[in-house]
Design a protein around this ligand. Structure first.
Ligand SMILES: C[S@@+](CC[C@H](N)C(=O)[O-])C[C@H]1O[C@@H](n2cnc3c(N)ncnc32)[C@H](O)[C@@H]1O
Length: 161
């Protein structure tokens, strides 16, 4: 499988999992968290699909396309190792949808980082809430659920409290 195939599978899976999670959490209250702004493509998709919901974006350095840059009050700037614990103090366990796409090209590093932040992400999710991740996560009390039909296994993961 070429790198192009892997990239396309990741994008298709991100969209499929996000659309599934948006639908499955419709009507739930509480904030939505986007972990890793990057270019802002998934943030843009999320705000288009959920214009009525409050989205906060966690990013250490904003360098997104101006067309998909969150406002200052939507942005939680800093390293997620610091900002996730601070978000727990600020919001408590209220997020009903968390999307994480924090990884780079090094799969081993991505996996180590996912292990590190799993215990920081887990307490933020409200009962019934969903967490969508590009990397496998390591949660104690969230269960992994089946992917929607058009997502590619291994390219996206969905967890539920
Ligand atoms: C792959 S990009 C996200 C791409 C995004 N989903 C999109 O559609 O454009 C990953 C982002 O996560 C951010 N990131 C990685 N590690 C981080 C950390 N420890 N704290 C905060 N942001 C981090 C990077 O700066 C980068 O912007």
């Amino acid at each position: 499988m070429s790198r192009l195939d892997v990239f396309i599978n990741r994008m298709v899976s991100q969209r499929a999992c996000l659309d599934y999670a948006v639908d499955a959490t419709k009507g739930m209250t509480g904030p939505v968290f986007e972990l890793g702004l990057g270019n802002g493509r998934t943030f843009d998709h999320m705000r288009e699909k959920m214009p009525e919901r409050q989205i906060f974006v966690f990013e250490r350095e904003v360098a997104s396309n101006p067309a998909s840059t969150p406002t200052e009050d939507q942005t939680i700037l800093g390293d997620v190792r610091d900002t996730l614990p601070a978000a727990l103090e600020r919001f408590g366990p209220t997020a009903h949808l968390i999307h994480a796409d924090l990884g780079g090209h090094n799969l081993e590093k991505n996996d180590a980082f996912a292990r590190l932040i799993s215990p920081l992400v887990e307490p933020l999710l409200a009962p019934g809430g969903l967490m969508v991740s590009s990397d496998q996560m390591y949660f104690d009390d969230l269960r992994e659920i089946d992917l929607p039909a058009d997502a590619v296994p291994g390219r996206c993961f969905i967890y539920q409290r």
